[in-house]
Design a protein around this ligand. Structure first.
Ligand code: AMP
Length: 196
């Protein structure tokens, strides 16, 4: 199963991906996690990505596409994967199409979590509070200024992907404002249909 989870920051992509991982046994490929690891390790990619990530902007398509191309070559991704946070631009979506075509692979579905933007700010505040309560460091881009930039990036560069995948007949839209378990159940129903 090859899935994409689409949705603005704070929509629940990470939470739902983790649940799908358990269900399907395929890895979650989060470009945000991979980039944060590169920043933490101080790799050349991390050094390039660090400031733009902290400000809430998007890392270049070239860097992100390169990371994903390498990652889907790994053994655990052979059976499938859940892409969380990628693609985020139409050029990234096109690059993904090319990568998959070259491997004779196809996407099964693109699931968009639709959420009310006003609720997102509150969700991010909750994420920060939960992280602090666990004694973990807070993400540098989970602050009001960077969050605003992330939302603008989503609206301007990522939202057009809904139309891109709708035209391919792959888009499934879910109400991401429902309780977490209900969103998970709705995703499970989509996966069942796709697997049938
Ligand atoms: P995320 O964890 O998905 O919210 O991503 C955190 C940050 O990493 C984003 O705000 C971007 O700066 C960067 N990032 C993650 N995925 C991508 C992507 N597909 N394209 C460009 N930048 C990305």
């Amino acid at each position: 199963m090859r899935l994409i989870l689409l949705g603005p920051p704070g929509a629940g992509k990470g939470t739902q991906s983790a649940r799908i991982v358990e269900r399907l046994g395929v890895p979650q490929l989060s470009t945000g996690d991979m980039l944060r690891a590169a920043v933490a390790a101080g790799t050349p990619i991390g050094l390039k990505a660090k400031d733009v990530m902290a400000s809430g902007g998007l890392v270049s398509d070239e860097i992100v596409v390169g990371i994903v191309a390498d990652r889907i070559e790994e053994a655990d991704a052979r059976k499938g994967f859940i892409l969380d946070g990628f693609p985020r631009t139409v050029p990234q979506a096109r690059a993904l199409d090319t990568m998959l075509r070259e491997k004779n692979l196809q996407l099964d579905a693109v699931i968009e979590l639709k959420v009310d933007e006003n609720a997102l700010v509150e969700r991010i505040a909750t994420r920060v509070a939960d992280t602090l309560a666990r004694g973990e460091p807070v993400r540098k881009d989970d602050n009001p200024e960077a969050f605003k930039t992330r939302l603008v990036a989503y609206r301007e560069q990522t939202a057009p992907l809904s139309e891109y995948y709708a035209q391919k007949g792959l888009l499934r839209v879910l109400d991401g404002m429902q309780p977490i378990d209900e969103v998970t159940a709705a995703i499970a129903r989509i996966l069942q249909t796709e697997a049938a």
